[in-house]
Design a protein around this ligand. Sequence first.
Ligand code: FAD
Ligand code: NAI
Length: 476
Amino acid sequence: MSKQFDVVVIGAGPGGYIAAIRAAQLGFSVACVDAWENEKGGPAPGGTCTNVGCIPSKALLQSSEHFEHAGHAFKEHGIDVAGLSLNLPQMLKRKNTVVKQNNDGILFLFKKNKVTFFHGRAAFAGAATADGYPLTISAPANETINAKQVIIATGSNARALPGAEFDEKLILSNTGALAIEGVPAKLGVIGAGVIGLEMGSVWRRLGSEVTVLEGLPVFLGAVDEQIAKEAGKLFAKQGLNINLGCKIGTITKGANNVTVAYDNAKGEAQTAVFDKLIISIGRTPNTDGLAADKVGLKLDERGFVAVDDDCKTNLPGVWAVGDVVRGPMLAHKAEEEGVAVAERMAGQHGHTNFNTIPWVIYTSPEIAWVGRTEQQLKADGVAYKAGTFPFLANGRARALGDTSGMVKFLADATTDEILGVHIIGPMASELISEAVVAMEFKASAEDIARICHAHPSLSEATKEAALAIDKRTLNF
Ligand code: FAD
Ligand code: NAI
């Protein structure tokens, strides 16, 4: 007889493994099925995020930043580093170790929470019966199981450019971009989005000449314009060669290089030859191999699993979360949806607030924001007040030797409610949390301005930006 579970989660990325753990905490019998394999063919739960996304990219960003600091920034601190050299195999090995620690951590958490883990690919085997949905799981698990309720958390894949399929040797998705075995002299990147900027930064710091070709005429269109402008200036100064308004033509592979033909913003025909080419032009939802058609699971026009605000699909008892459904493709968004769905299944009122999901780009300086940008407020016709404070005037930033960027507050002109906070600067990824909490509690800029912030700390720049709303900065 098939094994029977209250809840089966398909996919053990941040959406799936967190949903499985929360459902188990709420008393359901839970299984989680994940297909990801490590190099030995063993299980590697954690999805894109753990294996070829958030975690390995941040490991390489950290290592490459250390390398760059040892080469330049340490000197200013009075530390002379002689004979500096790059040990790329060790850097990649460390990254792989960090990934494995996270894979193992998830397997441990499954055991701790009594989640049954199956390594293999799950597919719907047919319509629901009295036992629930029958699901097949491929090798190595080779099982058929039944699920009263199913959570689809199958994530996303890198989008390829037509005619330039990923081979992960010359034409790289995020997977190949995180595992280049020798620093390419000339690295091309198509798409100046989050992956393009993070991966471009890693390889530039390690010595590549990086050229980024972006289709849109504006840089970081989703980011507050003032912050994006500042970022553009800083990245150019670092040597990232970012070209906007490019129309990509044919991409031709040679034995050891790739040639990209494109029209620049002026419409002039250009060709560029790269040792490696990263294509980072967005991601597509992954519903491959689910046999969604067998059960009539509805997808939307872009191939995402169609869900309502509560992550319910068109099938009773089938839910979907994370990158495979609408909304930002972020690990923490996937996690919040996973928790909310588990709680809804238990009759609770799980909630994901899309207005307070923080965004972070882990470049140097980091860029982080929550809420609306100034251009969105203008477009929405909202009367607002703005306040900014530069890290140049922050004592801790000066002590760190990292004074680039600013904090920017946007607040409602009448009520003073915080509508958006935008940061470019050191540790922006950590600083943004205060703004997220404030916005969740519908705080005013004045609330932040009146809270005592430790001195000297980068967070004082947040307080000062809130003070700047009423032109009351104390240190600028
Ligand atoms: P995924 O993490 O993609 O997991 C889906 C899992 O389901 C995979 O393990 C897959 O093998 C499995 N699966 C698919 N189909 C089946 C099936 N039929 N049966 C069994 N298993 C199946 N987000 C951030 O918030 N912060 C970051 O810093 C960040 N950095 C990133 C860097 C890069 C280079 C990339 C590519 C992405 C990054 N992201 C980041 C985005 C983040 O990785 C995703 O938003 C997140 O992984 C989505 O989680 P998920 O659970 O929906 O899907
Ligand atoms: P993205 O959506 O961030 O950026 C894609 C870029 O490619 C855009 O600027 C777009 O205009 C451009 N583009 C699209 N088609 C093009 C074409 N034909 N020619 C030239 N340019 C083109 O997507 P990216 O960088 O691939 O990342 C995918 C997702 O992964 C992100 O949206 C994000 O949600 C997630 N991610 C999150 C990270 C984080 O939170 N720090 C880090 C990396 C990825």
